[in-house]
Design a protein around this ligand. Structure first.
Ligand SMILES: Cc1cc2nc3c(=O)[nH]c(=O)nc-3n(C[C@H](O)[C@H](O)[C@H](O)COP(=O)(O)OP(=O)(O)OC[C@H]3O[C@@H](n4cnc5c(N)ncnc54)[C@H](O)[C@@H]3O)c2cc1C
Ligand code: FES
Ligand code: FES
Length: 1310
């Protein structure tokens, strides 16, 4: 700290209000300031690293160069608060409110059913709002670009995009148009429908120096370049903060600390752009988004031959991060960060760019070359120098520049490998005069293949040169087997695959310049194009309600989510949005860094010395029971996984608590064995529970009689829930009677209540859990929230203060586990007529270190393995492995998505053996008539068959299969694949007691009704459905009825909202309560049929008739006898089918989703909009499981993938180009409420249709190339897996390491 007494005032505007902050902390971000200081909690925290967009706000700044105001979206979590001097910030609260008026963006996202849990919604609104501020009628491409940096885990994006599309010039109509209620018509009181009135701008701030002193850090913002240079000379180690997108994550996650930060944001010289005759000089302070505009403009002005480098840069800028990051990140920050994955550095380097440096001493230029990028002292900038601008020369005739990148998914993903390549030919020839190739992602810095390029000078551009170049490159750009980031063989392959693409691209350009050069064969042309970002289209079909249904009856209608509008305005309160309560303290968790070790000592003394730290909670502080014997809440003596909670710090602020955890010293003594993989667990006989087994017929005998047998293995990776709202809880101890109020984000409040009770040794009756809404659960908030509730409870009781515990995304991903990885072995016997006669599957799931739900998951997995197939002789076995990894838990689908992938892989393998397309084998072996499952439960497959046939029909499957085959014949490097998958999904828990539900309905004397039931609102719209039920039963409009929260005080002993059955069973309870009440009112109604609801209620009160009733549903009968292997475990099935078509790039492993058609049997949907939302959302989540979501563990058991940077859930660009969903016309299920079905989970597995479409394309490649078709099935089908499965001369030429000779960076745990 320099001198705290002279801190300047930070002045900026938020939603039109002037903010003057006298003691600003330079370490603070805009997000913290908004949420904590201004109590604007609409802006959400979900990752803290700029990777998810939940914290998006709009910043408006005066641009000193253009003299205009620039509006741009930013991620508030990375925006240093001090950088906002003189800016105007617009948050979701400033855009519109349900209390005053809504903005059309807010109204449309809600009415288009674009919100489910609503946690991502404010961010989505702000991205769209900012787009509309700049482009009132944007193109669909601009809309895609604007939303590319916003993640949503619930909706599957389609409805969000649809809502934005109503503003686009292509669509130009609101979905409400025609109903007389279009929100476009709302602008009468405002200058424009987009509402500009909130935006008050500060004048261009003066040129004075601003200094903000914090406790540990000083922020200096000079007003002139001269001042900046002097400051840099004085503080040579101080970094320049531009976008903070590189510095910020470094400070947050890697513990980087800078006592002085220099902000050059107000120095106009750094934002200058100069066009010269030989190139373009772009100021280091220009944002990457501005650079996009500058380059696009230059490209439009100059002849093509001069803009080769600019085009290559522009191509990568489009896919670099999301829009918000591009708006914040600067060119200078990008270049100076010298990230090994930098998308721009390889192109800038091959394009002979130079860096213009400036210091108090003067200016100088250095080349942006491999020496600079490697940080060599001789080629580096001096500590007192800064980068003023980057000069990028024009290209010339006979010069070609290209850029390549491959990431886990198309948008918003750091590249695995990227490259810039440039060749200059001797004019009029194909002889290489100059060649420059640079790669990112294959070393600690951007690497230049200088030696190889030198050796190729003078060579002609032909196949011989290509072969030689590949050999040279692989030699020069060598990557050790243990290289950080892993994926070594894939990266080596990309090095040469990119070169091959470049070779073809240049060949094509040469041909354009001179016809003499050889033509690329048409089949090879497909190597050239990258998959463009496409605009999703689609149709959703459902049955309208019976025309005779009373208008007021909402059941079966597509009613908007009850909280939709509040989600869109940020007024929906989530757990951490609850205002700070009196004397509240914050808790942070300290976790194990060892997979299996004895805890030798825990030294908390240094932590306790820190300011603000109140206490450290350890196992010894637990007054009651510390979890279970093998599953402790807080570790005692021994740790059994990395991420196990050992103790917790309680401090006055979250920052203090987190800093204190870093000061706790734990000494360990490592223990053996450390079991991480399923294979290790099998070898060590390490299992969590007894094996589960089901058998039907005589498998051994059947294998002897079949014509053919195929055996294989399937590996399915795990999955992170990635609910947008991380785990959080607020425990408020009351002064009287040891009572506790707990506000928690959970699917199972009763479980939290029970666990807190046993941990604190307090009767359950004194603990009340409240759940207003949950920002996504997907199973991850079933068991785990109880752990956090209990630990926070211990802190609350010990300190006597309320405790707030909000998990960082990193901690959440590390601690909470997820979907179980699975390893499956199968043996399948079939006849020559394609009939499968015997199937033997053995599955092992990686349960992690404690039992959690692993036994149940194994049971469900085994019960559901047969999926849609009738095979007479079956044997299914399942084991849950105990490993030293965080315990895995419930996740949407509960074992089925992993298990059924094994079954479908068997079918695919049989098809390959028979030389037939898999759908023929599927069709042949599907259930056809009323039959019994492997566990002897009778069922009628009629609806299953209808779904299958309708899906075949609606997707025009057979004709598209033929078209795909035609395409594949014509294209060598791109292949299409298509797959159709049937599904029989059993809903519910396999125990009757788990299906019980209760509700409490009060009618008040004004006629308003309060409904409470046992289900948590997770975004799945359960409260909306419950109001629909109550409305029908009581025959009053939904507007009369309210749901406040789920609380253990109103409905006790509830079951987790899970297993797709929440709305179903709670609906029955609400129905029961309403029917009881209506029965009580009936005599009054009969007597005064002309009266109103209010009259009847009043009369009932006068007559002392109770207006409150408890409804109860005893549950569907369900049981399973595992001894005998028979039972009736599930109340009913949901059937469905999905057809997906993809195209793969054989050279990079990328894929494009061309089309998906889903047919789902929803019976009589309670709310088709909500149900379609569940299907689409779970399908996209399933698609993520099977294609991009990859968890990486170190050989020591440390989870690497702990942020959206490293773990890729689908983004908006991953939605199939055409995405159709149909709810099958109603069938009838007498069992369920109004004959509806629970659809929360089933869509997940249908995501596998994308997996099998990719596998189909890969199989075509292998067939064509004469390679064995029965390759190992591995999910997710990442670009790495696809590329390596599409073996070719490039995969063959790369060096392969002997696995025994190195320690890999990561290990597969499935
Ligand atoms: C979510 C996310 C996704 C991303 N995705 C990608 C991607 O796909 N591809 C990719 O290539 N990159 C990606 N990035 C990285 C991003 O491009 C860089 O973080 C960014 O360009 C850095 O710019 P900045 O202005 O934010 O730098 P800052 O963080 O402000 O500064 C970074 C460093 O540069 C120095 N510096 C800045 N300006 C100057 C100057 N004028 N002179 C001297 N030193 C200076 C600073 O001292 C500091 O050390 C991503 C980043 C995030 C957060
Ligand atoms: S919370 Fe800011 S981007 Fe995720
Ligand atoms: S609605 Fe988008 S994350 Fe839940």
């Amino acid at each position: 700290m320099l001198c705290a007494s002279r801190s300047d005032e930070l002045v900026f505007f938020v939603n039109g209000r002037k903010v003057i902050e006298r003691n600003v902390d330079p370490e603070g971000t805009l997000l913290t300031f908004l949420r904590k200081n201004l109590r604007l909690t609409g802006t959400k925290y979900a990752c803290g690293r700029g990777g998810c967009g939940a914290c998006t706000v709009m910043v408006s700044k005066h641009d000193s160069v253009s003299k205009k105001i620039r509006h741009f979206s930013v991620t508030a979590c990375l925006m240093p608060i001090c950088s906002l001097y003189g800016s105007a910030v617009t948050t979701v609260e400033g855009v519109g409110s349900i209390k005053t008026r809504l903005h059309p963006v807010q109204e449309r996202i809600a009415k288009s059913h674009g919100t489910q849990c609503g946690f991502c919604t404010p961010g989505m609104v702000m991205s769209m709002y900012t787009l509309l501020r700049n482009h009132p009628q944007p193109s669909e491409e601009q809309l895609m670009e604007a939303l590319g940096g916003n993640l949503c885990r619930c909706t599957g994006y389609r409805p969000i995009f649809e809502s934005g599309r109503t503003f686009c010039m292509e669509a130009n109509s609101c979905q409400q148009k025609g109903t007389g209620k279009c929100c476009l018509d709302w602008g009468e009181n405002d200058s424009s429908p987009l509402g500009k009135k909130n935006e008050r701008m500060a004048e261009n701030p003066e040129k004075q120096m601003l200094t903000f002193y914090g406790e540990r850090v000083t922020w200096i913002s000079p007003g002139t370049l001269k001042d900046l240079l002097e400051l840099k000379a004085k503080h040579p180690k101080a970094p320049l903060v531009l976008g903070n997108t590189s510095l910020g994550p470094g400070m947050k996650s890697q513990g980087h600390f800078h006592p002085v930060l220099l902000s050059p944001a107000r120095i106009s010289e750094l934002s200058m752009v100069t066009k010269t005759s030989d190139g373009l000089t772009i100021g280091a302070g220009c944002s990457l988004a501005q650079m996009q505009v500058i380059l696009a403009e230059r490209i439009s002005e100059l002849p093509e031959e001069k803009t080769q480098t600019y085009r290559a840069l522009l191509k990568h800028l489009r896919s670099l991060a999301g829009q918000q990051i591009r708006n914040m990140a600067s060119l200078g920050g990008h270049v100076m960060s010298r990230h090994c994955y930098s998308d721009l550095s390889p192109i800038l380097a091959v394009g002979n760019s130079t860096l213009n440096l400036i210091s108090a001493e003067g200016t100088r230029q250095i080349p942006l070359n491999e020496h600079f990028l490697a940080g060599l002292a001789s080629a580096d900038i001096e500590p007192e120098e800064i980068l003023e601008s980057v000069h990028i020369p024009h290209s010339q005739k006979w010069e070609f520049v290209s850029a390549f990148r491959q990431a886990q998914c198309q948008q918003n993903a750091l590249p695995h490998v990227n490259a810039g390549m440039r060749v200059l030919f001797k004019g009029g020839t194909d002889s290489i005069e100059d060649l420059h190739i640079a790669y990112g992602g294959v070393g600690p810095a951007t690497i230049s293949a200088h030696r190889s390029c030198q050796q190729l000078l003078g060579r002609r551009w032909n196949e011989l040169m290509l072969d030689e170049a590949c050999r040279l490159l692989l030699d020069e750009v060598s990557l050790p087997g243990s290289a950080p980031g892993g994926r070594v063989e894939f990266k080596r392959t990309l090095v040469v695959s990119f070169l091959f693409k470049f070779y073809l691209e240049v060949l094509q350009e040469l041909k354009k310049l001179d016809r003499r050069y050889s033509e690329i064969s048409e089949r090879f042309l497909s190597a050239l194009e990258d998959f463009p970002v496409t605009i999703p289209q689609g149709v959703q079909t459902y049955q309208s309600v019976d025309p005779h249904q009373p208008l007021q009856d909402p059941v079966g209608r597509p009613i908007m989510h009850l909280s939709g509008l509040k989600h869109a305005t940020g007024e929906a309160i989530f757990c951490d949005d609850i205002p700070m309560v009196d004397k509240e303290l914050f808790m942070a968790l300290m976790t194990s860094s060892r997979a299996h070790a004895k805890i030798r000592s825990i030294d908390v003394s240094k932590a306790l010395e820190l300011p603000g730290v109140i206490d450290v909670i350890t196992a010894e502080d637990i007054p009651g029971i510390n979890g279970a014997e093998n599953d402790k809440l807080l570790a005692v003596d021994e740790v059994i996984c990395v991420g196990q909670i050992i103790c917790a710090v309680v401090a006055e602020t979250d920052v203090q608590a987190k800093r204190a955890t870093e000061k706790i010293k734990i000494t360990y003594e490592d223990l053996e064995p450390v079991i991480l993989t399923i294979k290790d667990a099998i070898n060590h006989n390490s299992f969590l529970c007894p094996e589960k087994k089901l058998e039907q017929g005589n498998v051994e005998e059947a294998f002897e009689k079949v014509d053919q047998i195929v055996e294989g293995e399937v590996h399915v990776g795990g999955q992170e829930h990635f609910y947008m709202e991380t785990q959080r809880v607020l425990v408020i101890p009351k002064t009287e009677d040891k009572e506790l109020d707990i506000y928690v984000s959970t699917q199972d409040p009763a479980h939290v209540q029970k666990t807190v009770s046993s941990t604190l040794n307090i009767p359950i009756s004194r603990i009340t859990c409240h759940v207003k809404r949950v920002g996504g659960g997907f199973g991850g908030k079933t068991g785990k929230p109880a752990v956090f509730g209990a630990i926070a409870g211990v802190g609350a009781i010990k300190t006597g203060h309320p405790i707030r515990l909000v998990l960082d995304r990193e901690d959440d991903m590390l601690i909470t586990g997820g979907r179980h990885p699975l390893f499956g072995k199968y043996k399948v016997g079939f006849m020559n007529n394609r009939r499968i006669k015997a199937l033997d599957i053995e599955c092992f799931i990686n349960g992690g270190c404690t039992l959690d739900d692993s036994e149940l998951v194994t049971e469900f997995l085994i019960l559901k393995l047969e999926n849609a197939y009738k095979i007479r002789n079956l044997r299914f076995q399942g084991c849950a492995c105990m490993t030293n990894l965080p315990s895995n838990t419930a996740f949407r689908g509960f074992g089925f998505p992993q298990g059924a992938l094994v079954t479908e892989s068997c079918i695919t393998a049989v098809a390959a053996k028979c030389g037939l397309p898999p759908e023929k084998i599927r069709e042949k072996n599907m259930y056809k008539a009323v039959d019994k499952t492997i566990y002897n439960q009778a069922f009628n497959p009629e609806t299953l068959i209808r779904c299958w046939n309708e899906c075949l029909d609606k997707s025009s499957f057979h004709s598209r299969r033929m078209q795909a085959e035609e395409f594949n014949k014509k294209n060598y490097w791109k292949k299409k694949g298509i797959a159709i998958i049937p599904m029989k999904f059993s809903v519910g828990f396999a125990a009757t007691s788990y299906h019980q539900a209760a509700a409490l309905v009060h009618i008040y004397t004004d006629g308003s009704v309060l409904v409470t039931h046992g289900g948590s609102e997770l975004g799945q719209g359960i409260h909306t459905k419950m109001l629909q039920v109550a409305s029908r039963e009581l025959k009053i409009p939904m507007s009369y009825i309210h749901i406040c929260e789920t609380s253990t005080a109103t409905v006790p002993n509830t079951i987790a909202t899970a297993a797709s059955i929440g709305a179903d069973v709670n609906g029955r309870a609400v129905q029961d309560a309403c029917q009881i009440l209506l029965k009580r009112l009936e005599p009054i109604i009969k007597k005064h049929p002309e009266g109103t609801w209010e009259d009847w209620v009043e009369a009932a009160f006068e007559q002392r008739i109770s207006l409150s009733a408890t409804g109860y549903f005893r549950g569907y009968k369900a049981f399973m006898d595992w001894e005998k292997g028979v039972g009736d475990p599930f109340p009913y099935y949901v059937y469905g089918a999905a057809c997906s078509e993809v195209e793969i790039d054989c050279l990079t492993g990328a894929h494009k989703k061309i089309r998906t058609d889903i047919i789902m049997d929803a019976c009589c949907s309670l709310n088709p909009a909500i149900d379609i939302g569940q299907i689409e959302g779970s399908f996209i989540q399933g698609m993520g499981l099977y294609t991009t979501e990859e968890l990486k563990y170190s050989p020591e058991g440390v989870l690497y993938s702990r942020s959206p940077d490293e773990y890729k859930i689908p983004t908006i660009t991953d939605v199939p180009e055409e995405f159709n969903v149909s709810l099958m016309p109603s069938s009838y299920t007498p069992l369920t409420i109004y004959s509806s079905k629970g659809l929360g989970e089933s869509g997940m597995f249908l995501g596998s249709s994308v997996f099998f479409a990719i596998a189909d394309a890969v199989a075509t490649v292998r067939r064509e190339r004469g390679i064995a078709e029965d390759f190992m099935v591995q999910s997710p089908a990442t670009p790495e897996w696809v590329r390596m499965a599409c073996a070719d001369r490039f995969t063959e030429m790369i060096p392969r390491d002997d696995p025994k000779t190195f320690k890999p960076w990561s290990i597969p745990i499935a």
